[in-house]
Design a binder for this molecule. Structure first.
Ligand code: AMP
Ligand code: GLY
Length: 426
């Protein structure tokens, strides 16, 4: 088989690595890919959001499947366009990707079907939104813009002034463009967060191994929110009892609700959950693998990923046994100094071989923002590398990952030193 993967980050490197282990794969392509991905797949300089460009590329390469990995092209309807042109795909159509593309949609769906989530109201008018916040007078207040916003569209306001500024920046100043023309104001929830990714063909849902992301830029969960600075899997807080509760109250009801609404979700559905004192609640849905969750979940997958893609495409996921390793996996993200705000690129990365890997096989390096130029790996993004290790225990996985991180360097590299610390304590 020939498979084209759309995207060029650490998540896509993890997906392409899993595909490269498939017995069924002869040739892998990526668009745009990155420095590390180029060791496994032929890369084409077409942007992941360029629907016409990807369609043209697919017509040229004639892949058996196109794996659309990032949120924007899914929400924009890339899968619909590829299917219309006769290509098989992995990823939801636009009418299902809306689960991530519109928080107003996903909150209304959860309300309609009784899926546990934070209480909320939606607003398009700033004055009404501010009046509501004043009336509630409960802080922190959670203010979210409706659409995609590169992970920056959620503001946890500690007081009225911050809340007013957030509302104004979204509804009046257009800070997030159309994504922020409608907002959700919701109840502040507390409790540990768990990510559960799930394969679904629109009817059957098969949750993957749970994981824990570390979203803040700095140690001890301080600093700005990022796309994710590191992950571990499985998440020890996600007990078998929680798993059962989530399956019954969240995963199955969500997949059934989408089917009932005429929006069957096919692909990977991301459940961002909070384990509150009143039970597990949905913080957010994403319509794709998480990044860097994919980097710790996919290495634990023992079933051929292509078999899963085929089962989802043919809507036969119920008859496939999806197997997981009982090992642990850890990912430490090395980012450019300054990320998630301003940072430099073009810095040479040392400590990698010509495949962009470590010679020592205890750790695998997923490239997120790198490019290969004249045989050298250079930084080309905020998140640069995800250094991953799989081991018999979480502690060993973390030790291996951190030991490899210590041997890789680039100017102003920044990484968190406490990935997995909370999980080890629990
Ligand atoms: P999101 O981009 O929706 O994942 O939100 C970013 C982060 O904001 C989440 O990972 C949570 O830590 C936090 N968050 C979002 N919604 C809430 C909420 N209702 N209560 C408390 N924290 C929240
Ligand atoms: N790591 C969070 C996300 O992929 O949205």
């Amino acid at each position: 088989m020939k498979i084209l993967t759309v995207g060029g980050g650490g998540r896509e490197h993890a997906i392409i690595t899993a595909l490269s282990h498939s017995k069924k794969v002869d040739k892998l392509y990526a668009a745009p890919g990155n420095g590390g991905i180029s060791a496994l797949a032929e890369c084409f300089p077409v942007k992941a959001t360029d629907i016409d460009g990807i369609l043209e590329l697919a017509k040229k390469l004639e892949p058996d499947y196109v794996f659309v990995a990032p949120d924007d092209p899914l929400v924009m309807g890339m899968v619909d366009k590829l299917n219309e042109a006769g290509f098989k795909t992995f990823g939801p159509k636009a009418n299902a990707a809306i689960l991530e593309g519109s928080k107003v949609f996903s909150k209304a769906l959860m309300k309609k079907y009784g899926i546990p989530t934070a209480e909320y109201e939606t607003f398009t008018d700033a004055e009404k939104a501010i009046a509501y916040i004043k009336e509630k007078n409960s802080f922190p207040a959670v203010i979210k813009c409706d659409g995609l916003a590169l992970g920056k569209g959620v503001i946890i306001a500690e007081n009225l002034e911050q809340a007013e500024n957030a509302v104004k920046s979204m509804l009046l100043d257009g800070k997030f463009g159309k994504s922020g023309s409608e907002i959700v104001i919701e109840e502040y929830l507390t409790g540990p967060e768990v990510t559960v990714l799930a394969f679904t063909d629109g009817k059957t849902v098969k949750p993957m191994i749970s994981s824990m992301d570390h979203k803040r830029a700095l140690d001890d969960d301080i600093g700005l929110n990022t796309g994710g600075m590191g992950t571990i899997a499985p998440n020890p807080l996600y007990t078998p009892e929680k798993q059962e509760e989530c399956m019954e109250k969240i995963f199955l009801p969500t997949v059934r609700a989408m089917e009932k609404e005429g929006r069957p979700f096919k692909g990977c559905l991301y459940f961002g959950l909070m384990l509150t004192p009143n039970g597990a609640k949905v913080i957010e849905y994403n319509c794709r693998f998480g990044d860097p969750e994919a980097q710790v979940v996919l290495p634990l997958l023992e079933t051929d990923l292509v078999d899963i893609m085929e089962a989802i495409w043919e809507e036969k996921l119920d008859s496939l046994d999806v197997k997981w390793s009982d090992k642990s996996c850890a990912c430490v993200v090395m980012a450019s100094g300054g990320y998630p705000e301003k940072y430099d690129t073009g810095k040479e990365i040392s400590g990698l071989n010509k495949e962009g890997q470590r010679e020592n096989k205890d750790a695998f390096v997923y490239h997120a923002g790198t490019k290969l130029e004249n045989g050298k790996f250079l930084t080309s993004g905020g998140r640069v590398l995800g250094v991953v290790s799989t081991a018999d225990s979480l502690k060993n996985a973390l030790d291996n990952a951190y030991s490899a991180v210590g041997e890789i360097s680039f100017e102003k590299a920044h990484y968190r030193k406490d990935i997995g610390k909370k999980a080890l304590k629990s």
